[in-house]
Design a protein. Structure first.
Length: 266
């Protein structure tokens, strides 16, 4: 990173096989600080209009607070928590005014200039940190099946196919105060990739597949590939899909290099 780096990024959004889109996603670049990027995924729940309103509120809050953020003096972890907390409060007020029950997940990462990274999540939208093709860490879902996994009653594969895999133990807009789980990465390295995505994406891939795709393809290519492959594997029963990818790459080399091929996923 001391010798310079560049950032490449992409988002993906598809309504899947649902009648309407309740996911929202954004990658925001800071207007005054080069290399400062905010990525947000929100998976709305609560009926056709309720879920979309909740997800929209998460992104609106993120944009407003990010505009006022100063990476030189402000706390990145505090910014993410403020985004989640304020969105949660407004979603609750929306529920009272509209007589609906809007809820939303949130998975957000903040990259500061120089490579310092914060993230935060609530619900079952996930954040992943890959180094090359290897997973460094990912978030742990706030869900009923994840509780069973933690208790040793289910494996990860069994949890993925459990009939109650969509039951959350925490999300924005609920009466009990939601759980916000933060993570701090002191410094990303060249070759690192961040992936934020809703369950409509991660449900159809294992860690090795995600690592292979993200390390081999550009963010735009990876976004298109993951959405298309998830749609194929859903076989007409897919949820909304949303993802944001941010990749730390070396400075552009004037000498062209040969791209490696991607092993097809079954």
């Amino acid at each position: 990173m001391d010798k310079g780096y560049r950032l490449s990024a992409a988002t993906g959004l598809h309504k899947g096989d649902r009648d309407y889109q309740q996911d929202q996603v954004a990658l925001l670049t800071h207007a005054r600080a080069t290399g400062c990027v905010l990525g947000v995924v929100a998976d709305g729940m609560g009926g056709r209009t309720g879920g979309r309103k909740a997800a929209d509120q998460v992104l609106l809050t993120a944009r407003q607070l990010f505009e006022r953020y100063d990476p030189e003096s402000d706390d990145g972890a505090a910014l993410l928590r403020q985004i989640a907390q304020e969105a949660h409060l407004v979603i609750k007020l929306t529920a009272i005014a509209a007589e609906q029950e809007p809820h939303s997940t949130v998975a957000a990462f903040l990259l500061n200039p120089g490579g310092e990274c914060h993230w935060l999540h609530c619900g079952d939208s996930r954040l992943h940190h890959f180094r090359g093709a290897q997973l460094v860490r990912r978030t742990t879902d706030h869900s009923y099946v994840q509780t069973l996994v933690a208790q040793g009653q289910l494996s990860d594969d069994e949890a993925n196919d459990h009939p109650q895999s969509n039951v959350l133990t925490s999300c924005l807009g609920t009466e009990p105060e939601p759980t916000f789980t933060p993570q701090y990465i002191p410094r990303l390295q060249i070759g690192d990739t961040l992936l934020a995505c809703s369950d409509g994406v991660w449900h159809y891939f294992n860690t090795e597949e995600l690592g292979s795709v993200l390390s081999t393809l550009t963010p735009r290519e990876a976004s298109e590939f993951l959405v298309e492959k998830a749609r194929q594997r859903a076989d007409g029963t897919g949820d909304n899909l949303s993802l944001a990818i941010l990749k730390v790459e070396p400075p552009i080399d004037p000498k062209p290099t040969r791209r490696s091929s991607l092993t097809p996923l079954g």
